[in-house]
Design a protein around this ligand. Structure first.
Ligand code: SF4
Ligand code: ZN
Length: 340
């Protein structure tokens, strides 16, 4: 295992110096992606705001998270946030689903002050049917959420990076700041206010074998399903300036196979209860993202997306490729520290 100093050095290296005003006038990124609300396929408008970023990334940061590079290194002013939002609304075409991220927590006052939050949410009100934002659990309070629920005439969905329900995996391998119980309690608070709760689950944190990682997500789906409206499986992709990247460069980490995503969805579908179960892998098919042999990646990714949108997981059983055997061999040998 890497020493704590590796995590701290990596965290220190990836933090940008305080940015000037020009850098704060533009958001990080914006795109439109396929989504579903219930059985209806809808486009989702995704916006990443530029803020000071996650406070936890300054202290230690999670082992797979490199989002600190997309931050200002200082808090954005209300005027800067208003300008970013104005630009984004200029590109908004009334997509029914809106997802707003910062490189941290939308509900942390140091990232987005309460009045700016209210204005951002109100800007999409009456046009979007569902609006999602992500936060660490400690900020998901009735005081923070109440005014936003009032400002938005639709469904609010609060996304929480639970990652796993195993406290040891979360603390020692993912390096999160709070135990799973705090994420589950936050989801309860969100739902008590009549809002939707969504969990992100991490597939293959460092130090778990391919097989252990899949088991960890399947178990987490079973343990978290009743507390959330949606569960999204996020396979690790290698981001710059992270502990995972440090291990990858030393040959001690391979991103998960897409076969593991398929397996997690197939097994997880049995345990998801009433929650939606989805996976939209970032960097799928790339060397630094979840990938198979290269021949079958596009086909397998398309099937994963279709299952996520339709919630019909049966077609995943029909997927096959010669590399499935290689995946099985890798799963068997990896715990022994042998490269397949
Ligand atoms: S994963 Fe979330 S909590 Fe962890 S460092 Fe990144 S933004 Fe912060
Ligand atoms: Zn293949």
């Amino acid at each position: 295992m890497t020493s704590p100093s590796v995590a701290r050095t990596v965290a220190h290296d990836r933090r940008p110096d305080p940015a000037g005003p020009d850098a704060a006038r533009r958001y990080v990124n914006q795109w439109v992606e396929p989504e579903a609300i219930g059985a209806e396929r809808v486009p989702a408008f995704v916006l990443i705001l530029k803020t000071r970023g996650c406070y936890w990334a300054d202290a230690k940061g999670c082992s797979m998270c490199g989002y600190a590079k997309d931050t200002l290194g200082r808090s954005a002013t209300p005027a800067e946030l208003a300008e970013q939002t104005e630009r984004a609304l200029g590109r908004y075409r009334s997509e029914p689903y809106v997802k707003i991220y910062t490189s941290g927590s939308f509900l942390d006052d140091r990232e987005v002050d309460p009045e700016s939050r209210r204005r951002i949410v109100a800007g999409f009100s009456g046009r979007a049917r569902r609006l999602l934002f992500e936060t660490l659990p400690e900020f998901a309070t009735p005081e923070a959420l109440g005014p936003l629920a009032e400002a938005f005439a639709g469904e609010l969905e609060v996304a929480l990076g639970l990652e796993t329900t195993d406290p040891t995996v979360l603390a020692r391998y993912v390096h999160k700041n709070a135990p799973p119980s705090e994420y589950l309690a936050a989801a309860d608070r969100v739902r008590a206010l009549g809002l939707r709760a969504k969990a992100y689950l991490l597939l293959k944190p460092p130090y778990l074998s391919e097989e252990e990682a899949a088991d960890d997500v399947v178990r987490s789906i079973g343990e978290a399903a009743a507390r959330f409206d949606a569960l999204s499986v996020n396979p690790v992709h290698i981001q710059n300036g992270t502990v995972v990247e440090w291990l990858y460069h030393r040959g001690r980490y391979r991103p998960p196979w897409l076969w593991s995503v398929v397996e997690v969805l197939r097994r997880g579908a049995e345990r998801r209860g009433r929650a939606r179960l989805v996976s939209f892998p970032t960097a799928g098919g790339l060397a630094r993202g979840p990938h198979n042999c290269g021949e079958c990646d596009a086909r397998v990714l398309a099937a994963i997306e279709e299952a996520s949108l339709s919630q019909e997981f049966g077609a995943l059983d029909a997927l096959d490729c010669a590399c499935r055997d290689e995946w099985n061999a890798a799963r068997a040998l990896e715990p022994l520290g042998v490269e397949a």
